[in-house]
Design a binder for this molecule. Structure first.
Ligand SMILES: [Ca+2]
Length: 304
């Protein structure tokens, strides 16, 4: 009888942790603000090296791309070591991605220094390494959230589960967003309350607030045909909103940029719509070229 009870307890532990985030919060409390800031810097550096390695690969600069990939993997391992007790990094998906990462590092450890000597097998290993990083990125980001941000995430998950239980349509939307929906990242954020995922929560009263003056925000998703983009300017903080921006639509490394557009300063904030008429795309970057007041802010981004 006790075996049966413990079996069910183990089966329920994963969904219970997903909803309640108890262990995640306990682990978050063990990080000092300095440790969290240092690990966030490393995570930002990981994303930066990933992007740079992709650019180098498109120019066939294989050796330097491998070099950056290995540096990126080293930083990921450092983040993993510091966050190994976090439940978000203990699941099957995280474990598989980390195995892929180590497999790729083994194959790249002795990669030659000249581009022409880097084999296609090593290029494939580098692509595996980059894919593993993408799979780990949001997990590491979640493990680095502080208690207030985790509290908001818990409320968001409760509301999502409630909506799914009440509506088959909501379930379809949830499944589609889980597997095909965008994830967001940005050059920086003012703090946890104004993190970049605020642009995808469907709530016009929450927003991403940029940390500095020259900022960008990027959405990544499975390659698909999109018809346009809607962006709602920020209006929560009195001195933070976008004044001018342009949007780059990417398919792999091919990009199509829009002309700069201006936002009027309005309260409530206005939407800008970009109709692109059906293009294949896997990444959209919003580049802020001017802002009102102390910096930029965006409340919502919708891809259609
Ligand atoms: Ca929002």
């Amino acid at each position: 009888m006790s075996t049966r009870a413990s079996w069910w307890r183990r089966r329920l532990a994963v969904p219970a942790e997903y909803l309640m985030l108890r262990r995640t919060m306990t682990q978050a409390d063990r990080l000092s603000p300095e440790q969290r800031a240092m690990l966030r810097r490393k995570a930002a550096e990981v994303a930066q090296k990933h992007d740079a390695a992709e650019v180098l690969l498109t120019r066939d600069l294989r050796a330097e791309a491998v070099h950056l990939g290995l540096e990126m993997a080293k930083l990921i391992e450092e983040c993993f070591s510091a966050l190994s007790e976090s439940p978000t990094l203990q699941g099957v998906g995280a474990s598989r991605a980390r195995d892929d990462l180590r497999w790729a590092v083994d194959r790249l450890a002795k990669a030659p220094a000249l581009d022409r000597q880097v084999s296609w097998a090593q290029v494939r290993a580098l692509r595996t390494l980059l894919a593993a990083e993408l799979a780990l990125r949001h997990r590491i980001r979640e493990a680095l959230l502080g208690r207030p941000a985790l509290g908001r995430l818990r409320v968001q998950r409760f509301l999502t589960v409630l909506a799914v239980m009440l509506s088959p349509l909501a379930m379809l939307v949830f499944v589609r967003r889980s597997f095909y929906g965008p994830t967001a990242r940005a050059s920086g954020a003012l703090d946890d309350e104004y993190a970049v995922d605020r642009v995808l929560d469907g709530d016009p009263d929450t927003e991403w607030v940029a940390a500095g003056s020259e900022e960008w925000l990027e959405l990544r998703f499975h390659k698909q045909t999109i018809h346009g983009l809607r962006i709602l300017n920020g209006d929560i903080l009195p001195d933070r909103a976008v004044k001018e921006m342009h949007v780059d639509f990417y398919d792999g490394n091919e990009s199509h940029a829009t002309h700069p557009r201006a936002f009027d300063r309005q309260h409530p904030a206005q939407w800008q719509t970009y109709d692109v008429g059906g293009i294949v795309c896997d990444r959209i970057r919003i580049v802020i070229t001017q802002h009102y007041g102390a910096g930029a802010a965006i409340a919502e981004v919708e891809v259609y």
